[in-house]
Design a protein around this ligand. Sequence first.
Ligand code: SF4
Length: 297
Amino acid sequence: MSSGSAGGAVAFAALLRWYDEHARDLPWRRPGTSPWAILVSEVMLQQTPVARVLPAWQDWLARWPTPATLAADTAGEAIRAWGRLGYPRRALWLHECATTIVARHGGEVPASLAQLLDLPGVGAYTARAVAAFAYGQRHPVVDTNVRRVVARAVSGVADAGPATTAGDLAAVESLLPAEPALAVRANAALMELGALVCTARAPRCAGCPFTTSCAWRAAGAAAPDGPTRRRQGYAGTDRQVRGILLDALRRASEPVPRARLDVLWADAAQRDRALASLISDGLVHEVAAGRYSLPGA
Ligand code: SF4
């Protein structure tokens, strides 16, 4: 799949053709989408499936179409609007991000990779995704799907192994076409291929644009060596308790007394631990002794 070889160029051309024909029509990919809307989509899509992100993204952008509009609201409102998307610290990060963008960048999402990386909650993946998809820059955008496709198509192994940011970025960067607009589309196409075709459990090689060049397929597509990863359960975990407590605070229009939280989960030690972690994450404030609310509420 190397972009430098004639065969690689053909494979990339096939990938881009496949993308043109099969990519999902997602609103954040449409021309004219603002950098802020793209940043919000990238944060929401981490850990959360597209189907759940779509309505939340539309509601969020209708309410806060710019960083300035979100920064003018409270962090608590961002957490309330996050609803049940999961991993609610992302709402807090987006609010901090908006505040920082207003304070440092005049309300415009910066285009420079270094400035993007400096925003609260924006890591190696999100910064490069915004620089590439919002500003058309040539950067490797490496998520789990891309790592898996590259591991299989280029390295001939079933799984990418543990993430190493620098190594993963360098590996994908070396493969991308030199021309920025093509590199941006190649990034999007690799991600989409990993999401739709080269999936972790059931790759559909017959419909893959790399079907004749893929190293893993050429080597006989041996199954992964290690044990199959099991999905972590949710029921009974601290995450579930945090979700229940936070949901109660989201629904409340005024501070909630401790007694009303205590009836929501029977295990007192787990409940205390969940509430303490919400407070330490900045998602919940104790506004008066034994009374809790979302921040800024
Ligand atoms: S040929 Fe199969 S294993 Fe190789 S990249 Fe395509 S879907 Fe993945």
